[in-house]
Design a protein around this ligand. Sequence first.
Ligand code: SF4
Length: 340
Amino acid sequence: MVCDPLSRYWKVVEGKAEARYLIAKRTQIEVDLHSDTGTLWKVHDRQRNGDSQQGSVSLLELKVELARRMLEDCVLCERTCHVNRASGMIGHCGVLDASISSEFLHTGEEPELVPSHTIFFSGCTFDCVYCQNHDISTNPESGLQISPERLSNIIVRRARANEEECHGTFEPYISRNVNWVGGDPTSNLLFILKTLSQCEINLPQIWNSNMYLTDMTLRLLDGVIDLYLTDFKYGNDECAKRLSKIDRYVEIIRRNHLIAKRQAEVIVRHLVLPSHLECCTRPVLTWIADNLEGAKVNVMGQYRPAHNAGSHNDISRPLSASEYASALRIAEDLGLDLVG
Ligand code: SF4
């Protein structure tokens, strides 16, 4: 019998299982939140490794405190800027306080996810020359700064059918999940955890990211995120450096996908770039086939030359239909489980 790679996600959607962040809220541990950071991490990791304790602090509260401390020497992503964002310094991403560019019920995501309550943060840890969302990724101060309490109210409102608004004419339109994205959500980890501390609604939490997180950030997401919706863009470090200004891309992204797969369910997105079938698409899809058994894959063909793509010959045109067909053939030959 073939196991559905998103079986737990569906159980949460159908109310037959609890979203992980709710479990983290209920999990009580014995710890003094004023302890030194090393002690807090030890307690945190012991709990994640199955040590059962009883106390008066929730696991989610402990994660919030650790995320707060990480901001004082920011290593949320592998840029590892080591700036004190709590005292107003900014690092490579330019993000200080979380700023929400938009939030709405997205119907254009993978069929398994829609309608998805997508929350777009301004700012990003990458500098992709072809960024399809460059208006928000390159403007970390754009958008609205709202409180975690207010956002949690919005999440609840988006999740409840409003029969009156529908006037009985069509099915109530409600969110199936919460989809944290940007830019990239990584710089906003503290705000996201604080928002979830205010929520009680049983909805799967989706981390929609370039996956350039540090191992520490991933440890804090463990037990909170139900589904990783990841980008795996490049098959080699040279393309990553030239097109996204990123170092050690392959090593970090592979490591993080393996960690994500151990923690939760995974959908990997691969945006096919024109002229990059052999250097990127084939090695990325081959690695997924060899290492991420049970992950679903979305081979995306909607590339268009946005932002500064025009100054790079290889990606200054849209993807051709034959290139996209070739990418799909590679995925099918590898036996990947495609979305939809
Ligand atoms: S989240 Fe921003 S400030 Fe923190 S390490 Fe990454 S780029 Fe630097």
